[in-house]
Design a protein around this ligand. Structure first.
Ligand SMILES: [Zn+2]
Ligand SMILES: [Zn+2]
Length: 650
């Protein structure tokens, strides 16, 4: 006999009795009409459910409103159904793939005859409005495998999905008006709940991310609970577009990626190379003052070395395939381009007897390494195949771990905090599933990092399972000017490699001991960090980094000699300046300098030429000009560069 009522526990621990068969929506109503109106879904024993599902007896239930992040996922996933509903109405032969929520939005994959164009998206979005206005309820049904196959007999992608489902999995289908989808749910109560959405763009995507399968058309969209949220997101998107490092990289002539060279391989043009040079010089100065030694190691190495380090076979998918041996070597010998520098730095350490007094030994190298990232994941400078790492390997005694972590955090603070003005967070990433070494070693390494962070008084988050395969690490993350999170520096502790390579030092007791290793990078890679800087500063770099620091503008040809003298004075002080001698109006030249985001323009008219002055326009200061003697101008700029100031000192 069925019970006449169910009892559920609310988040505050109180119990609620409801008539048997009551749903999440009924519960919300029983708590209050305000909640009933705001309710989006229910969290039942930790799982998010449709409001319309009946609540079993004895469960814990929380009603999710539009303030819960999980509710936003439900809204966005439901929006994907609305999108598919509209596409099916307009393109009845479209085959349907998946439609998950993603960060800030959703997508849905379709197999169609031709790619969707902008006018298609417009028509689809209009149709979506109709679907929303019709306010179709999302109706859930649980069906047998045979029934599911019958319903999706014309949808091969769905049939494939059904075949993948385990024998015991519940198969559910959802219907909203004319559209039926194979889906686990949950969804909002009805399509009318989705009010603030926009389709963004369409792009090709392989079915199930597999290059060997057919290309589908993926439509991306975004959805929010309020109009304000949607509008502010679209503004952020527009802002991000303006800052896109690929676009600015072209406009400012910083770098290119060319088909003839290959995907994910950056050509640094002179201006981009100047930025990289300044970044290298800065970090090398910083570490040379702190007891590091520079080393250089080859890009190519025998494969055997990476087998010994454990990078192979574990990391094989990310390495470029081996190549044949060099002339005069056995055919069995194979070479690889290096995906990382660790084993070579280890061999330098191991090249001689080390004593406890020598430690820590800090070997640094800004090196090019190559990783065979899947072409679909490559993205401008942010995801590349050729990486320039500001790498270092530190070899130390166990009792030195803490002081070394402190020194590294000092460097992070100097570079990211003080120099770039970033506020950053520390994440302690612990052992992943796919790892080398014993749990005992991992315990020891994780404890060591955690203790160092605690003694430092640093606040940090724990990223469970986020560690490298050879050790736990501290990841440093920061936000850019428009609030997006980036990952930069990383500090990885490693007890495993010293073991594999049998590294030793002679202790105070004259016996051999095993050193500990730290792998660390401050920028991470120069590619990614430059990509970040371009987007963060929107191309308007601080003076010390700006490839072109000053543009000298003679008002007419008569002042060209005086302008050249100014340029020479700047150059003699180590400043990067050039004279715009083109036969153009001053206005044109000023606009051009602004487009190229040159920090200073120094205008030389006859009055300035006679007086030995320049009329200075600082970037972003509009038409405001300051007239300065050339010597004073040079001194101010030198100071601005020396202090790596983030704002103008003129
Ligand atoms: Zn769904
Ligand atoms: Zn390393």
């Amino acid at each position: 006999m069925a019970a006449a009522e169910v009892r559920v526990t609310l988040p505050d621990g109180s119990e609620k009795r409801l008539p048997a068969g009551a749903t999440g929506a009924d519960l919300a109503q029983a708590i209050g009409p305000g909640l009933a109106k705001a309710a989006v879904a229910a969290r039942v024993d930790g799982q998010v459910w449709d409001l319309a599902r009946r609540l079993p007896d004895g469960v814990k239930v929380a009603i999710l409103t539009d303030r819960d992040p999980q509710a936003l996922d439900v809204l966005r996933h439901s929006s994907a159904h609305v999108l598919a509903t509209a596409v099916r109405q307009l393109f009845p032969h479209a085959k349907i793939g998946f439609g998950p929520p993603i960060e800030d939005g959703f997508y849905y994959d379709f197999e169609v005859e031709r790619p969707f164009g902008p006018e298609d998206l417009e028509a689809i979005e209009k149709q979506m409005v109709e679907v929303v206005e019709a306010d179709y309820p999302f109706v859930r049904e649980e069906v047998s495998r045979a029934e599911a196959k019958r319903r999706f007999k014309d949808d091969p992608l769905k049939l494939e999905r059904i075949d993948d489902l385990g024998a015991n999995e519940v198969i559910s289908v959802y219907t909203d008006g004319p559209f039926v989808d194979l889906c686990r749910g949950p969804h909002v109560a009805s399509t009318g709940r989705i009010k603030h959405f926009k389709l963004l763009h369409a792009a090709g995507a392989y079915w199930r991310g597999d290059e060997r399968r057919q290309m589908l058309q993926r439509i991306y969209g975004t959805a929010w609970f309020t109009k304000e949220d949607l509008e502010s997101y679209l503004r952020r998107l527009e802002e991000a577009k303006q800052r896109d490092h690929r676009l600015l990289g072209r406009q400012l002539d910083l770098f290119s990626i060319q088909e003839d060279v290959g995907p994910g391989l950056i050509l640094w043009h002179p201006k981009g190379a100047m930025m990289q040079f300044q970044l290298r010089r800065f970090i090398e100065d910083v570490i040379l003052e702190r007891g590091y030694s520079l080393v250089y190691t080859p890009t190519l190495t025998r494969e055997e070395l990476f087998l010994r380090s454990g990078h192979l076979p574990l990391y094989a998918a990310n390495q470029f395939p081996p190549m044949a041996a060099g002339e005069g070597e056995s055919e069995a010998v194979r070479y690889r381009v290096k995906p990382m520098n660790c084993p070579m730095h280890i061999l330098i350490y191991a090249s001689q007897q080390r004593s406890y007094r020598d430690l820590p030994i800090r070997l640094a190298e800004i090196a090019n390494v190559y990783r065979n990232e899947r072409s679909g994941t490559l993205h401008g400078m942010l995801r590349v195949r050729g990486l320039t790492m500001d790498d270092a390997h530190l070899f130390l005694r166990e009792d030195q771990i803490e002081q070394e972590i402190f020194q590294l955090l000092d460097i992070v603070e100097l570079v990211l905090g003080k120099t770039f003005g970033l506020s950053y967070r520390l994440d302690l990433a612990t052992r992943p599933d796919n790892k080398l070494g014993t749990d005992a070693t991992w315990d020891q390494a994780e404890r060591a990092l955690e203790q160092a962070l605690k003694h430092r008084g640093a606040t940090y988050r724990v990223d469970q399972g986020g560690g490298a395969f050879y050790g736990p690490k501290i990841d440093i993350k920061f936000d850019d000017a428009i609030g997006r999170e980036w990952q930069g520096a990383t500090i990885q502790l490693d007890f495993e490699q010293p073991e594999r390579f049998q590294l030793e030092y002679a202790g105070e007791d004259n016996r051999p001991h095993r050193p500990v290793m730290i792998h660390r990078a401050i920028y991470g890679t120069l590619e990614r960090f430059c990509g970040f800087l371009i987007e963060h500063f929107a191309g308007a770099f601080p003076l010390w980094l700006a490839p072109e620091q000053v543009r000298v503008l003679p008002i007419s040809d008569a002042q060209i000699p005086a302008a050249r003298t100014v340029q020479q004075q700047l150059a003699a002080a180590g400043l990067r300046a050039h004279v715009d001698e083109r036969n153009e109006t001053l206005n044109y030249k000023v606009r051009d300098g602004e487009t190229h985001k040159v920090p200073y323009m120094a205008v030389v008219g006859q009055r300035e030429a006679d007086a030995g002055t320049v009329a200075v326009r600082a970037r972003g200061a509009g038409k405001k000009q300051v007239v300065l003697p050339v010597g004073e101008f040079v001194e101010k700029l030198r100071e601005e560069v020396r202090t790596r100031a983030l704002t103008s000192l003129v």
